[in-house]
Design a protein around this ligand. Sequence first.
Ligand SMILES: *[C@@H]1O[C@H](CO)[C@@H](O)[C@H](O)[C@H]1NC(C)=O
Length: 213
Amino acid sequence: MASASELSSLFLSFLLFISPALSTNSEGNALHALRSRFKDPTNVLQSWDPTLVNPCTWFHVTCDSNNHVIRLDLGNSNISGSLGPELGQLQHLQYLELYRNDMGGKIPKELGNLKSLVSMDLYDNRFEGQIPKSLAKLKSLRFLRLNNNKLTGSIPRELTTLANLKVFDVSNNGLCGTIPVDGPFRSFPMESFENNKLNGPELKGLVPYDFGC
Ligand SMILES: *[C@@H]1O[C@H](CO)[C@@H](O)[C@H](O)[C@H]1NC(C)=O
């Protein structure tokens, strides 16, 4: 019969054997890295405990049945700070809802890695810099709302390949150049583009020309 010490050392080996699986929490680590970039004066992120096995019990985070993060709901949360490349590690994310906060800095190009994304709502913040071309990789994207920020540069032509895009709003930014007219851009209303420095729709048959953009 095995002694107590033999049993406990067996149990210890078992724990060591499974520990890599338990500590694989790349999505939780990514969210925690994101949190470290934020100021959160009203403690909206208080439940984000990095010592938990996964982030699925954190408030404002939703997982699927395989414990992959599919939603981040931080709209209207009084958060300031910026986004970072780690957000691109949430490979299963479908909804990125960060609207009506005080977030600034650039939109990370790594958001183009969120291949399951259906909705990206960054409106009513202070985001600056260009709209990353990499967002054209988000083939499931249906809603892209970037209005009421401080974005500059032109609207990437690459976004015309997003066949599923239903709603696109970049109004109230500092964008310049012409408005694409192909693909989903055929059906977006002019209100989606108002209050920028845009030069109107691209003329069919002419090579797009950026007017000092
Ligand atoms: C945001 O701040 C306002 C004013 O301090 C407060 O009333 C509101 O509850 C806060 N929102 C959240 C989600 O904490």
